[in-house]
Design a protein around this ligand. Structure first.
Ligand code: GDP
Ligand code: IMO
Ligand code: MG
Length: 430
């Protein structure tokens, strides 16, 4: 395998973790490049379900290096909780100590970030984003405002005090005057940071430049994305987005490797679309069909448990995602969810209800999305189980017709088809 990025190509939860897990077998180093514990990544292996939020799922294998890249934001308590849960699931502590590495440049979600996230959501009322309330937006906000805390800061008491001296008074002013939230004394903040230092100490990799230099020269690297292109801060359905860059280009920055290290960008799409949280969704189905997809696809969030909104595959979004996500090939998941559908629809264009104009290109001003209705093509379903099929040639002819058309409208070829949550329920297309 060549150095590959796995990118979510819709609104997140496309089954990236399953695809990452499959590809990780042939990688030496797995680097998560953005996002934080807002992600919920599920891997099913040997009839056991593992849930990841921050830690790369590559940790399921022995002898891989798993990095939390510089572009990630880490909520220390969530990191600790995830470690404990994975250890309870049977992954040995020794494996984490050997394999798991945190880039010291990664930013930390401080307690006030989570509190501000909660406050902002409540104050937006009907216009809320529907965030995971993991403090993601406020952590990235402070990173870009140059008042964030990085993992490395925790390990130098002098740096920490200098930064707190500057940052804490302004943060407290904000917390008190704008948000009416609890403020922090210097001693409290230092104590919190010392606790965080203890959590990170076994995993922070100060020799990251050496390790990544060796990886770049001698090893196969898998870049693991979180969220999805339509949640990207620049290219997603702004403002209903997350605060990082899940697009393929985000890997070049967040994993400290630069663009030329990347040879392939696999976009993961579901055979339909889901979205959790608020924001526009042109092909959303609020009827029985949407409910059927939700039930069969078990579409409930892995992080927050919220029901995921469901709709038909949207090729306007997909084509856009291939372009801005830098996607070079496609992994299509959850085809099996359509096994009992006699009819499947595919949105190939949007029609503007006001002007009658039809477009195949994604309208980036999401406030206009209410004016668009999907233009559908209808496909005959295959009405038979695909979950045990292991070769593409053995798929029912109706499924192949649907997949062929998806490739045409997306402008990218499908390399992997998934028909079940398990590692084994996968077909590679040559
Ligand atoms: P991620 O965030 O993109 O990694 O995706 P999630 O793990 O949040 O959600 C995808 C869900 O679909 C998980 O429960 C997976 O176990 C499951 N899944 C992945 N691929 C397939 C598939 O091909 N068929 C079915 N039925 N489930 C799948
Ligand atoms: P994975 O990696 C689906 C959504 C939230 C909300 C918006 C902003 O599992 O695909 P945030 O907490 O990031 O500020 O929330 O983004 N969101 C996700 N939706 N999958 C995810 O991750 C998500 N991470 C964030 O629901 O709409
Ligand atoms: Mg998820």
């Amino acid at each position: 395998m060549e150095n590959t990025v796995v990118v979510g190509a819709q609104f997140g939860d496309e089954g990236k973790a399953k695809i990452t897990d499959l590809l990780a077998e042939n990688a030496d180093v797995i680097i998560r490049y953005q996002g934080g514990s807002n992600a919920g990544h599920t891997v099913v292996y040997n009839n056991k379900k593992y849930k990841f939020h921050l830690i790369p799922s590559g940790i399921l294998y022995e002898n891989k290096i798993c990095f939390l890249g510089a572009g990630v934001v880490i909520k220390p308590d969530d990191f600790k909780k995830e470690l404990d849960e994975l250890m309870t699931e049977g992954i040995p502590e020794e494996r984490f100590k050997k394999a798991l590495k945190i880039n010291p440049l990664a930013h930390i979600t401080m307690p006030w970030h989570t509190e501000i996230d909660g406050y902002s959501e409540n104050s937006l009322g009907a216009n809320k984003i529907g965030t995971t309330k993991k403090g993601i937006g406020p952590t990235y906000t402070d990173k870009y405002a140059r008042i964030g805390f990085r993992v490395e800061d925790l390990f130098n008491e002098e740096t920490l005090k200098t930064k707190l001296d500057v940052i804490l008074p302004q943060k407290n002013k904000q917390l008190e005057k704008i948000y009416s939230l609890k403020t922090y004394t210097m001693d409290e903040a230092l104590e919190i940071c010392r606790k965080y230092r203890e959590i990170f100490a076994p995993y922070v990799c100060f020799e990251w430049q050496k390790v990544l230099d060796d990886a770049k020269r001698n090893k196969t690297i898998l870049f693991e994305g979180a969220q999805g292109v339509l949640l990207d801060i620049d290219y997603g359905t702004y403002p209903y987005v997350t605060s990082s860059n899940p697009v393929g280009g985000g890997a070049a920055v967040g994993a400290s490797m630069g663009p030329l290290t990347i040879k392939e960008v696999i976009g993961v799409f579901k055979a339909y679309i889901t979205r959790v949280g608020e924001g526009p969704f042109v092909t959303e189905l609020t009827d029985e069909t949407g409910k059927k997809i939700q039930d069969i696809g078990a579409e409930f969030g892995a992080t927050t448990g919220r029901p995921r909104r469901c709709g038909w595959f949207d090729a306007v979004i997909a084509k856009y995602s291939v372009l801005v996500g830098g996607i070079s090939s496609v992994a299509l998941t959850k085809l099996d969810v359509f096994d009992t559908f006699s009819e499947i629809k595919l949105c190939t264009a949007y029609k503007n209800r006001l002007t009658g104009e039809v477009t195949e290109y994604y309208p980036t001003n999401v406030y206009t999305h209410k004016d668009f209705e999907p233009v559908y093509e209808t496909f005959k379903g295959w009405m038979t189980s695909t979950s045990d099929i292991k070769e593409f040639d053995k798929l029912p002819k109706e499924a192949k017709i649907y997949l062929k058309r998806l490739e045409e409208v997306m402008g990218a070829s499908i390399k992997i088809v998934s028909t079940g949550a398990d590692r084994t329920q996968t077909m590679f297309i040559k």
